[in-house]
Design a binder for this molecule. Structure first.
Ligand SMILES: Nc1nc2c(c(=O)[nH]1)N[C@H]1C(S)=C(S)[C@@H](COP(=O)(O)O)O[C@H]1N2
Ligand SMILES: [Mo]
Length: 525
């Protein structure tokens, strides 16, 4: 009995030693990362490497299940796993100190490998945080295991600290915990300070007045129906989809954009001041994510300020393929190594493809790509809307597959015509009588010309369309329904200006966007 109790207490000492070693490793790694590159921290690089390798259906599942919290869930998952391994290594180290310590080093190697495998790796320096953390963790585990092990229990691993002493163990543990916490906090503070230049550059940015302003949003574009989406999505509510575990903080003063590649006769590099000095265009554009399910939330509309992309391309000598240009794919690359490919033809066909630096009257928020992002009306975000852009390469679809295309998503992805019911909400219980059914419909760059609503299996009825802002924005609609008591299914479908009626055919989001009709079930009381 007492042996059993001894084993139990010793195991918990081992577990504690393991957790402390893991905590020290992470804290030292974060401190090192704050000196090398905050994005090279072990949880960030391992999380990034997991994202890079996540098959499209799993990524879609994560977005469906966790929504925009998917990244937090991923990081928590990594921490929990690390904690469990740390406990196991701690208990192992009671008997085999060197093996336990070596196990910690192994995690350092895994972290370093993950760091070097990221598309945005800045070189071997990125391996440093994980390695430094692992060495610190291994030392802590070796020392603590020595203090926790009874003298002579391990014939081969008799270190200087051999021999169980409660006071020795607890003192070492407390000192370690305090030192690691200090290192971790210092790392956080230093990382924050690194982003300070970017924050200042954003605060100091004065947006130019547009040479080509967007007309005011027509009064009739926003319906006064409770529960309908705002026509212009406020920045704080604008959906965010990207692979960045740490939002890049780019200093506008040192930011550069390079345009180069096939068919570029004059390769050029632009500063933000270069772009701000050009005639600015202001445009309302609705952005949609290919991962948006039918009826889903990953769509938003904003007023963007920026410069015409086709002007810059023309300045660099680029011609669209229809005029003999050699490149048919424009690959945009961000500071975090993301690549997105758009058809050169679409970007230069006269639509308002732009490099934006303003969003709804303020500089781009960091989450949405500060200082500059790309936008192409009519294309899903993953083939057009590069945030934190720093490089544009003209190439061909035959020779280069960007990030998502390597992961089974389509090379070309125009936005599919969609309509969404915003109100009533699913499973709402409206009172019988007049019920307003309303929502939004979008078919960017084609425009919405008709929206129809169906109650149960009844006939399609025309909804009232709100005033159209532009063909590049979504359009609101409403339908006054005389609701009879009981359960009812409301279904909506839209028609775009090409006459194409939104297909009933259900498609998953992979590879080129979801299709099908949005339905909502309600119980009229
Ligand atoms: N650098 C970078 N740009 C990116 C992405 C990304 O992961 N990294 N995601 C793209 C995708 S899939 C979409 S839908 C849009 C979303 O833009 P938002 O987050 O501003 O809404 O950004 C695009 N631009
Ligand atoms: Mo997306």
């Amino acid at each position: 009995m007492s042996t059993f109790r001894n084993t139990l207490t010793r195991s918990s000492l081992g577990a504690l030693a393991g957790l402390l070693a893991g905590f020290t490793a992470l804290a030292v790694a974060e401190l090192t990362a704050s000196l090398v590159r905050p994005e090279a921290g072990p949880v960030t690089v391992v999380g990034g490497a997991v994202i890079d390798r996540t098959p499209a259906p799993v990524k879609d599942f994560a977005i469906r299940t966790f929504g925009e919290n998917d990244k937090i869930v991923l990081q928590l998952g990594i921490l929990v796993l690390l904690g469990l391994f740390a406990i196991a290594l701690g208990i192992l180290a009671l008997r085999h100190r060197r093996v336990g310590a070596a196990g910690v080093l192994l995690f350092g190697i895994v972290g370093s490998a993950a760091a070097l495998s990221r598309p945005d790796t800045a070189g071997v320096g990125d391996a440093l945080p994980s390695m430094a953390g692992a060495v610190a963790g291994a030392v802590v585990l070796y020392l603590l295991a020595g203090k926790a092990a009874p003298a002579g229990s391990s014939p081969r691993d008799e270190g200087a600290g051999g021999g169980w002493s409660r006071r020795g163990f607890l003192t070492t543990a407390a000192v370690t915990a305090a030192a690691a916490t200090g290192a971790g906090v210092l790392g956080r503070v230093l990382s924050q300070q690194r982003g300070q230049g970017a924050v200042t550059s954003r605060n100091d940015l004065v947006l130019p007045p547009p040479a080509s302003p967007a007309p005011p949003v027509p009064a009739g574009a926003q319906l006064k129906v409770p529960g309908i989406s705002a026509f212009t999505t406020p920045n704080r509510n604008f959906y965010r989809v990207d692979t960045a575990l740490v939002v890049p903080k780019v200093d506008a003063d040192t930011w550069r954009l390079k345009i180069h590649g096939k068919g570029v006769t004059r390769s050029r590099t632009y500063t933000l001041d270069d772009l701000l000095a050009r005639p600015a265009i202001e445009r309302d554009i609705t952005l949609t994510c290919v991962s948006n399910e039918v009826g889903g939330p990953y769509v938003g509309n904003a007023r963007w300020l920026g410069v015409r992309l086709s002007d810059l391309l023309a300045e660099c000598g680029v011609q669209p393929p229809s005029r003999g240009g050699k490149a048919d794919q424009l690959v945009a690359r961000s500071v975090d190594g993301m690549t997105l490919g758009s058809p050169v033809e679409d970007v230069m066909d006269g639509r308002d493809a732009m490099l934006a630096f303003g969003m709804n009257g303020e500089p781009l928020p960091f989450d949405h790509g500060f200082p500059v992002r790309m936008l192409v009306p009519g294309l899903y975000g993953y083939v057009s809307a590069c945030k934190w852009i720093e490089d544009i390469e003209l190439t061909t679809f035959d020779t280069y597959d960007p990030y998502w295309v390597k992961r089974k998503w389509a090379r070309k992805a125009p936005i599919k015509t969609q309509a969404r019911i915003d109100t009533p909400k699913p499973f709402a219980r409206p009172a019988a009588g007049s019920v307003t059914v309303a929502g939004v419909a979008w078919a960017q760059h084609r425009g919405i010309t008709r929206v129809q609503v169906r109650v149960d299996d009844g006939p399609w009825q025309d909804a009232d369309l709100a005033v159209q802002d532009t063909v590049d924005t979504w359009r609101q609609w409403s339908y006054r329904w005389q609701a009879a008591p009981g359960g009812h299914t409301l279904t909506v479908r839209a028609t775009d200006s090409t006459g194409q009626v939104q297909t009933e055919q259900r498609a998953r989001t992979v590879p080129d966007g979801a299709s099908g009709w949005h339905s909502v079930f309600v119980t009229v009381t």
